[in-house]
Design a protein around this ligand. Structure first.
Ligand SMILES: *Cc1c(COP(=O)(O)O)cnc(C)c1O
Length: 436
């Protein structure tokens, strides 16, 4: 597969080029030049493979310029041999619907599944190209812990993880700031998520990549993360295929997962619709329903990981060359969306607990609530996080609830992070000092 900037079709690149440069010269995102439907026979020949061999068969297509042995090793270092049944799993839930559990990785978020191989890829490329990677991440929730965890033993890299001071849950902050590893720097910005993102953008403008040092963003725009996400949508759609294509319901923030599911559909996997579920920040919902942009002020909700004003991966489909071929029509037919207001999310947490005796995380609840509302059948909900991370919000709704606390340990570990104002010069001087 080859890639080009969503705005400039002429400059065709391979995977490693776009991985090293993050964005194109014209500061746009990259997208595949062409995503061709795979042969049906080939797709169904993959049905009985285990997750690792399945991933290998697809990664060969996306990562044509990596050696096959490297791809094979990358997967097998990252995932255990029975990864799908041990870590992922599909459960049957009410009304013949399914739950795709993606939240059982080391930091209890679905982000781990793509982040772990990303850490291993950085190690592999660092040794091969003799580069030092300086990794940047900004988080409004789970990304930070997942990125730090994946890079903690990758000594060839340094990672700077930004979070908005006091604007993520206590547990999410603790999960990310307890790492003692010397290559991890946690930076707390007095400002919101957008400001953290803006500061990182400026850092990328000020520090240029050279032969030795290469800056990498591991936020949702990172193309390798998208690829690793595509794989779980392909695998799970095929796994439950019974002559009927499945719809995926996905709590959507930066649109990385919805885009990944869409790519799985374009490849020919048995997927009917991708249903994005949003909260009071419903830019995406409005766009999918009405095809226009809405500039809403950001609202704080019980689902912080999807509190996003304009999803960063969105331009990937809106501007891609792909659109000219298949037209808006195909997009409209592939996506469907719903918005669930905060009050309804809160009510639904309680409803599902009372009804099914199970506590779900508020993000996953957006999708379950959408299913319940319309009495939908035969859909697959993507489970993205763990309720324990939102214990304080949930305790406000249900004070007597008992949690199975698999994170108890982290409460007693000392945190490591530095607080910064929005002063760019102070920040960049600190970073430059750490890089040398
Ligand atoms: C990141 C995240 C999302 C949103 O995923 P996108 O791919 O950015 O749309 C949803 N839920 C949780 C818990 C997350 O951490």
């Amino acid at each position: 597969m080859f890639y080009n900037s969503i705005k400039n079709k002429l400059n065709i690149k391979n995977f490693i080029d776009i991985f090293f440069s993050n964005l194109s010269k014209d500061k746009n995102l990259y997208f595949p030049v062409k995503i061709s439907k795979l042969n049906k026979k080939f797709i169904f020949s993959l049905k009985n493979l285990n997750y690792n061999n399945f991933a290998f068969s697809l990664l060969r297509i996306f990562l044509k310029d990596l050696e096959e042995e490297d791809i094979y090793r990358l997967i097998n270092i990252s995932y255990s041999s029975n990864f799908f049944d041990n870590v992922i799993k599909i459960d049957k839930i009410f009304n013949n619907n399914y739950l795709l559990n993606l939240n059982n990785g080391p930091t209890l978020t679905f982000k781990d599944i793509a982040m772990i191989p990303l850490g291993n890829l950085l190690k592999l490329l660092s040794l091969k190209y003799k580069k030092k990677f300086i990794v940047f991440c900004t988080t409004s929730g789970d990304t930070g812990a997942s990125a730090n965890n994946s890079l903690k033993n990758i000594r060839e890299t340094k990672i700077f993880t930004f979070h908005p001071f006091n604007m993520i849950s206590n547990i999410q902050r603790k999960q990310m700031t307890i790492f003692k590893n010397k290559n991890i720097f946690n930076i707390s910005i007095l400002g919101n998520f957008d400001i953290s993102q803006y500061l990182i953008k400026k850092i990328f403008e000020k520090i240029n990549n050279n032969k030795k040092i290469n800056l990498i963003s591991v936020n949702s725009i990172n193309w390798f993360r998208i690829i690793m996400q595509v794989i779980y949508y392909c695998y799970s759609s095929l796994k439950i295929y019974d002559f009927k294509k499945i719809n995926f319901l996905i709590p959507s923030g930066n649109f990385g997962n919805a885009l990944s599911a869409f790519i799985a559909k374009l490849l020919g996997f048995p997927i009917e619709k991708i249903i994005t579920c949003t909260n009071d920040n419903y830019f995406l919902d409005n766009f999918i329903k009405n095809n226009n942009y809405l500039n809403l002020p950001l609202k704080k909700t019980i689902t912080p990981s999807i509190d996003i004003s304009i999803p960063s991966n969105f331009s990937r489909i809106i501007n891609s060359n792909f659109l000219k071929k298949y037209e808006m029509n195909y997009l409209n037919k592939s996506f469907y969306s719903d918005k669930i207001y905060n009050k309804n999310i809160i009510n639904s947490i309680e409803y599902f607990y009372n009804m099914y005796n199970k506590l779900y995380d508020p993000h996953t609840i957006t999708c379950l609530s959408s299913l319940k509302k319309e009495n939908k059948k035969e859909n697959m909900v993507v489970s993205t996080s763990y309720p324990i991370k939102f214990i304080f919000s949930i305790k406000k709704i249900m004070p007597n609830i008992k949690f199975t606390n698999n994170l108890k340990k982290i409460f007693f570990i000392k945190e490591k992070y530095k607080i910064f104002s929005q002063n760019f010069f102070v920040l960049i001087n600190f970073i430059k000092k750490c890089i040398i």
